[in-house]
Design a protein around this ligand. Structure first.
Ligand SMILES: C[S@@+](CC[C@H](N)C(=O)[O-])C[C@H]1O[C@@H](n2cnc3c(N)ncnc32)[C@H](O)[C@@H]1O
Length: 373
């Protein structure tokens, strides 16, 4: 596995902390590679045939999940996976906590300036869907702010995401953005946006590829979390990429109507709510100039017709603090876009190959939902 790109703000583990992180990450890999396939065998070999015999039909998504939950082997996998997820994020959280003051000081003085900006707004309150649970067991969530220019939420996300993805997102955890950029170049070669907005940017890992692909564009990146934005700003400056970060709710931003050519998001939708998601789509329609495009990217689960894959995604909803995931997976996205104002024929749902498909992270593809105005 490639090592994470080291920059000035990345948390620095001591020997024991690193050993614990590596243990959690390797256990996650072991569970995925060696233990999890057994749950598929259980489903294909026992659960589905037994259900078919009893009901003369295949089980649906809920029936599949409930049947799997009765199986001791599945219970073992599920319990270990949840526990490992907690160990992984708690390990990073404790390491970040130990270095909090130092990280805060470093966040205020990036070693290099790129010309980006940071605008925080204390009036922005995080929506309840971001505070009600610790999403994917991340302690304190995206919006924690311990005061005094704290950057710890960003530090936890940066290191935690890299380990969670077992390095499969690349040294700068930017594979989604980079893969969407490659897709965009191929699918829309003449499209050259002047103003780009990344919604739910967190530390801006996936924002950077857009700035690199469109060096003349003005890049805006918004999130509701203060700590992650401070961290993202300092990180982008050090990496030499000018991004304009601001604290805003993607449901209702302060940008002028028809002021953006390209709106992107990565892993935003599944962490919202139905009402929030619909508002975000309406906001995209309001913000886009005629001819502009929105591109929202999520992980590819291949849930269209496979109840086992659906149950895998639903595990995230029930046991990994991702409450909106199943709803988003079953949502009529085209209908939501049309209700937001987009024409049906201009809505698209595609999947883009990951530039790091060799790692087989999330089936080697990213699911894209978008529209042009
Ligand atoms: C899974 S993270 C993805 C971060 C980043 N896009 C990436 O790919 O690394 C989702 C982010 O969306 C943000 N978010 C969720 N709802 C939001 C909203 N209504 N407005 C702004 N940001 C939001 C969260 O704070 C979080 O940072």
């Amino acid at each position: 596995m490639e090592r994470q790109h080291r920059h000035n703000l990345l948390v620095q583990e001591n020997h024991d902390e690193e050993a614990r992180e590596m243990f959690a990450m390797e256990l996650s890999g072991h569970l995925t590679r060696e233990v999890f396939p057994g749950t598929r065998c259980l489903f294909d070999g026992r659960i589905a045939p037994a259900f078919q015999r009893q009901h003369q039909r295949a089980p649906n998504r809920t029936e599949t999940r409930r049947a799997l939950l009765q199986q001791p082997y599945y219970q073992m996998w599920s319990s270990l996976k949840r526990t490992d997820q907690e160990i992984l994020f708690d390990s990073v959280g404790e390491t970040v906590d130990r270095q909090r003051e130092d990280l805060t000081a470093r966040g205020k003085r990036p070693p290099r300036k790129a010309g980006g900006t940071l605008r925080l707004d204390p009036a922005i309150k995080p929506p309840r869907y971001l505070t009600a649970v610790d999403i994917h067991c991340m302690p304190g969530n995206y919006t924690a702010d311990l005061g005094g220019d704290d950057v710890s939420a960003g530090a936890i996300f940066d290191r935690g995401l890299f380990l969670y993805g077992r390095g499969g997102l690349g040294p700068q955890s930017d594979d989604m953005g980079a893969s969407v950029c490659a897709w965009l170049k191929k699918a829309h070669p003449g499209f050259v946006p002047k103003d780009i907005l990344d919604m739910g940017c967190s530390i801006g890992g996936n924002t950077l590829p857009f700035a690199r692909l469109f060096p003349k564009a003005k890049i805006h990146a918004i999130d509701v979390g203060t700590g992650i934005l401070r961290y993202g700003h300092a990180r982008a400056e050090e990496l030499g990429v000018a991004i304009h970060f601001s604290q805003q709710d993607a449901e209702h931003t302060s940008f002028a109507a028809e002021s953006v050519d390209l709106i992107v998001s990565h892993l935003l939708g599944h962490e919202t709510s139905l009402a929030g998601y619909k508002n975000i789509m309406r906001e995209c329609f309001r913000l886009l100039r005629p001819g502009g495009m929105m591109v929202h990217t999520e992980t590819e689960w291949s849930t269209e017709s496979d109840p086992f894959n659906q149950s895998v995604l639903d595990w995230e909803t029930h046991y990994n603090g991702e409450p909106f995931k199943t709803k988003l997976d079953t949502l009529d996205n085209i209908g939501v876009a049309v209700d937001a104002g987009f024409s049906k024929e201009r809505v698209f749902m595609e999947s883009a190959p990951s530039l790091r498909a060799g790692t087989k992270y999330y089936q080697g593809r990213w699911a894209i939902f978008g529209a042009t105005k």
